[in-house]
Design a protein around this ligand. Structure first.
Ligand code: DLL
Length: 459
């Protein structure tokens, strides 16, 4: 049997959710496993993983140096003997240095944006893709998806993991997918009116854009056929959930994931909405103080650090997500026994998520410094005046460029906007400002003014 040589791949059992039950569980065996049994499974998979990643030069070297091997893992506590992996480590191994399988075994490659403007690639074997759809199926069903539903996916289909990840999860459940993809909002509404989907899948901010567009078309967004939605890919708040639910008259569920680990499917809310259930048979999740790298007490905020237990193509050991959240282990009324995570309350790095695109301030700096006459004194203002993020970059320019000639100034602005679009993949409004008009700092400069208020509240 093909999988015998790959003991970390437990065949995904045929799901037997009881659809007559009001709150079915997609994979009851995995999702309601008693904690001790789950930990035994995690330990077995962790040991296999440590053996497996020896095929990745990055881990092989680190392990050799620290004399680590499968024998070093006697209990789950031994996870702490393993090294961390960061996004920078991935960049240094660009494009596919983290592969743990031969290239011919890959079935798909996705990517996420990064500081250099180059995506970080993430690769999947056919086995990884099977597990990925299983994990998406789990949170979709936990948040109400049934085989008889029609689902409109308004995520980008492409290198971004949102579109394809959710698409195959929905198919796995046996529901109908409309791969509408992101953008062309009026068309989204026409599709809804023609095809009556009950479910919407996109970023939370795009859900509000759809509501706006419906109003612009003279329609009441509450009259759209959507009954509930699964939203993720960017930070949002409880206030925003209320807005989405009121404006569209739907129930809104949160789901979380990141490409380096798999994409969507790391965790998602059930109907009890007491946090997002982590898929712990596939991910070992730690919550650490980002300074000391020691575990924080349960329920306290910390950085999520994730080890992928079953990924074949690109396994990650203790990947530092930079996302700050809290973990809760007390039982959930839904019957699942998994640990839950809170909303993401912020990030430990300066990464901004603008309309779902990951952007680092350093990318904006790189872009504007490509244009002659600019200085490294700038301020990035991020706001959300309506439902979509807007970016305004104020840049000081050299006195000789700062002229009264509007056409010349306009040309510089346009050049900078184009560079920002090329390097960071976002549209920004550029204001040229007088020399020495931007505040100077002693110590760390504050270059970002984010008034979206996304990190101030938690569920
Ligand atoms: O955004 C994967 C995804 C797609 C998740 C669709 C859910 C739905 P990346 O582009 O690599 O992958 O971005 C990952 O986005 O580290 C978080 O900072 C942020 N993020 C993702 N989901 C949430 C969420 C996808 N529900 C980064 N709440 C992560 C807050 C989120 N932040």
């Amino acid at each position: 049997m093909k999988h015998e040589s790959r003991p970390w791949i437990m065949p995904v059992p045929n799901p037997s959710p009881d659809w007559s039950n009001e709150y079915p569980i997609w994979n009851p065996t995995a999702e309601t496993l008693p904690r001790a049994e789950r930990e035994a499974l995690q330990l077995e998979r962790l040991r296999a993983l440590v053996g497996r990643v020896a095929r990745v030069p990055f881990y092989r070297d680190l392990f050799a140096h620290r004399e680590i091997g499968p024998h070093s893992i006697r209990s789950l506590a031994d996870l702490r003997r393993l090294p961390f992996t960061t996004k920078d480590d991935m960049r240094r191994q660009h494009p596919l240095g983290f592969l743990a399988v031969p290239r011919r075994d890959l079935a798909r490659i996705h990517g996420s944006s990064g500081t250099t403007g180059k995506p970080t690639f993430v690769a999947y074997t056919a086995g990884d893709l099977r597990i990925w759809s299983e994990l998406c199926a789990r949170f979709l069903v936990a948040g109400g998806l049934r085989p008889e539903h029609t689902t409109q996916v308004a995520f980008g289909y492409g290198l971004f993991t949102g579109g394809f990840g959710l698409h195959y999860g929905i198919e796995r459940v046996g529901a109908t997918v409309i791969p509408a993809a992101a953008g062309n909002t009026r068309r989204q509404i026409e599709i809804m009116r023609d095809l009556d989907p009950e479910v919407l899948i996109c970023t939370p901010s795009y859900a509000l854009t759809i509501a706006d567009a419906a109003r612009e078309l003279g329609m009441d967004p509450r009259a759209l056929p959507i009954r509930f939605g699964h939203f993720g890919g960017e930070p949002w708040t409880e206030d925003m959930r209320r807005e989405i639910e009121d404006q569209l008259d739907i129930a809104a569920f949160n789901n979380y994931g990141l490409s380096e680990v798999i994409g969507p499917g790391v965790s998602g809310e059930c109907v009890a909405r007491t946090g997002m259930h982590l898929q712990e048979d596939h991910f070992l999740v730690e919550c650490l103080d980002p300074e000391t790298l020691e575990p924080v007490p349960e329920g306290e905020p910390g950085e999520l650090v994730i080890t992928t237990l079953t990924r074949e193509a690109m396994p990650m050991i203790r990947y530092r997500t930079r996302d700050i959240a809290r973990l809760y282990r007390e039982p959930c009324p839904c019957g699942r026994t998994t640990t839950r995570m809170s909303r993401v309350a912020g990030r430990t790095d300066d990464m901004l998520i603008i309309r779902g695109v990951n952007v680092f301030p350093s990318q904006i700096e790189e872009a504007l410094l490509r244009v002659e006459g600019t200085t490294p004194h700038y301020l990035i203002e991020v706001s959300r005046p309506g439902t979509l993020d807007e970016v305004r970059v104020k840049v000081e320019i050299h006195p000789e460029i700062f002229s009264d000639r509007m056409d010349r100034m306009q040309a510089v602005c346009e050049r900078i906007s184009r560079e920002i679009q090329t390097v960071a993949g976002i549209r920004a409004h550029v204001d040229l400002v007088e020399p020495r008009s931007i505040e100077r700092f002693v110590g760390k400069a504050r270059r970002v003014l984010d008034t979206r208020g996304l990190n101030e509240r938690e569920s």
